[in-house]
Write a protein that binds this ligand. Structure first.
Ligand code: NAD
Length: 252
């Protein structure tokens, strides 16, 4: 597989290592210093581009790949209100794209468990309130995390009492990962607590609490290698396909 890396930051560098380990070629690396080289000419002959940049630049990068007819895997978070637009463009052009807010296999198992648990709680009409908490390193720019939003959407799919979410992100660099529910949050909103501290790669917890007990689903990422690995596996999956894909397709 001949790959392009768009965004040569923490993820881009890890992805390059994994591409090499798995016998692939990194034929093009794009970062801010050569961003103008992201065009059809430089993408010619590339099987798949892997994009991990910033919320401000992801849309244009992915669009350029689709318009150039290059399959693209993206994991950039914090911009996905415009994702459906690019998915439609990709379908229209007969292109190939893969997007996941989190490429870790374990997190995607958590997504499935989360949906199943929400459906079970709904069937029981049980008196549990649900909240989501996420903790990440202080360099993470967006809050809540894309993973927390996906978890909230998974809950809303099944739990009729929840119709939206509200983010509660108290002062960054707090010493604790416990946040209280904001007093003004409506009962039909899922509270997502976001904390930025230290070098934490990512902790996500879904909590159902009643007056009498508590259920917690928690996933902790130990390092970013697991994320880069998933992105390379997604690129291998996407190679030679057309369409719009996500982790549910990969994990079938
Ligand atoms: N989906 C996932 O599994 C997953 C995992 C980790 C990180 N992320 C997300 O991926 C993104 C990148 O994460 P990171 O930790 O590598 O960040 P980073 O800050 O280390 O790297 C981002 C890189 O993108 C470069 N960049 C900025 N604008 C660019 C442009 N126009 N063209 C090319 N490169 C450009 C920056 O110079 C930087 O090198 C963030 O949005 C992060 O939240 C997603």
């Amino acid at each position: 597989m001949k790959a392009a890396i768009i965004g040569y930051g923490k993820m881009g560098r890890e992805i390059e290592r994994i591409l090499t380990e798995r016998g692939h070629e990194t034929a093009l690396v794009i970062d801010t210093d050569n961003a103008a080289e992201l065009d059809a000419e430089h993408l010619a002959g590339i099987d798949v581009a892997i994009e991990f940049t910033t919320p401000e630049t992801a849309y244009a990068n992915i669009r350029t790949c689709i318009e150039a007819g290059t399959a693209v895997v993206s994991g950039t978070t914090g911009w996905t209100e415009r994702l459906p637009e690019l998915q439609a463009l990709c379908r229209e052009r007969g292109g190939a794209m893969f997007y996941a807010s989190n490429y870790c296999l374990g997190v995607n198992l958590l997504f499935r468990l989360n949906r199943q648990l929400a459906a079970m709680i709904e069937r029981l009409h049980a008196a549990y309130d649900v909240r989501i908490d996420e903790v990440h390193h202080t360099q993470k720019k967006d809050a809540p995390s894309g993973t927390a939003i996906t978890l909230a959407e998974g809950v809303m799919e099944h739990l009729s009492s929840k119709n939206g979410w509200v983010n509660y992100a108290p002062g960054i660099e707090r010493a604790t990962n416990r946040v209280e529910k904001p007093a003004d949050a409506a009962a039909d909103r899922i509270v997502i607590g976001s904390v930025r501290e230290g070098a934490v790669p990512g902790i996500h917890t879904v909590t159902y609490a009643s007056d009498d007990d508590r259920i917690e689903l928690r996933h902790t990422i130990e390092n970013r290698r697991t994320l880069a690995f998933g992105a390379v596996v997604a690129a291998e999956f996407l190679c030679g396909k057309t369409g719009v894909f996500g982790m549910d397709d990969l994990m079938q």
